[in-house]
Design a protein around this ligand. Structure first.
Ligand SMILES: Cc1ncc(COP(=O)(O)O)c(C=O)c1O
Length: 260
């Protein structure tokens, strides 16, 4: 049955071939794995760089500084401008809106994709910023504006998915004034959830329950005019950015300042 004289040389040959194939396979597999790893490292190096923004929210801030040639040449001073209109919402209000929303999230006041609605009284810019960020993060935006603003602002807000409520311009002491109304709309929004009102030192927290339950919708009043997170966006963001971009060589800083 078993012919050992015939099988013996075949077994040695098979063994030798097997060894050679094993060695070749080991080396080629290793080099293939190394090659794949190197490729992956290259891809990672590209994709993990700060050059690639993480969604639309990642585009906010880090705006360029532009040397204003005409003024610099006319004055003999280097005059630079921080190009805030390159934020995705077209204004520096993106920074404030993002920080207001981030801080509210950190404090557990709102959470994405849970029906939370962010209310704001605005003449437009902050509303556009809130609408963009809300859309990106999974919130509803409810924007209350005076009805005498440019039509394009309302249209843009609606295109961004925000609910837009236009009201007659009114005095700040009037309950129907757009900012006052945004606050009371947020209060009303939460009321049917049967949760209690709470007031934080930085935020007007509307109708949030004590312990955060993500399944409950919350109305959140962004409150750009009184929310400290607005100014903090510049204190911790815009300011250090300018300092870094100029290597700290700043003799004078000029800015238009409104609310904060
Ligand atoms: C004087 C003044 N008006 C209106 C606003 C509202 O601006 P927004 O269009 O961003 O709501 C501000 C906010 O900074 C302001 O300072």
């Amino acid at each position: 049955m078993f012919d050992s004289t015939f099988k013996q040389p075949l077994q040695i040959t098979t063994l030798v071939f097997g060894l050679i194939a094993g060695v070749v396979l080991t080396f080629s597999t290793n080099s293939l794995l190394n090659w794949v790893k190197k490729k992956q490292d290259v891809v990672d190096n590209y994709t993990k760089t700060e050059e690639i923004a993480d969604g639309v929210v990642g585009l906010i801030g880090n705006t360029p500084l532009m040397r204003i040639k005409s003024l610099s040449e006319a004055t003999g001073c280097e005059i630079l401008a921080k190009v805030e209109f390159l934020n995705p919402g077209g204004s520096l209000k993106d920074r404030a809106a993002l920080n207001i929303i981030k801080k509210a999230e950190e404090q557990g006041l709102i959470s994405p994709n849970s029906g939370c609605t962010i209310f704001e009284g605005t003449s437009g810019s902050t509303g556009i910023s809130i609408a963009i960020i809300s859309r990106a993060k999974g919130y509803n935006a409810w924007i209350i504006m005076p009805d005498d603003q440019a039509e394009e602002k309302y249209q843009l807000l609606e295109k961004l998915g925000a609910t837009v409520e236009k009201v007659r311009p009114a005095s700040i002491v009037d309950k129907q004034q757009f900012v006052n109304l945004a606050k009371s709309r947020a209060e009303q929004f939460g009321k049917h959830q049967g949760v209690q009102q709470d007031v934080d030192k930085d935020f007007e927290i509307i109708n949030m329950q004590n312990s955060i339950d993500n399944s409950r919708k919350a109305g959140f009043f962004a409150n750009q005019f009184e929310n400290l997170s607005n100014a903090e966006a510049h204190y911790y963001g815009t300011g250090p950015e300018i300092f870094r971009q100029t290597n700290g060589k700043i003799d004078a800083f000029v800015a238009g300042a409104g609310t904060l």
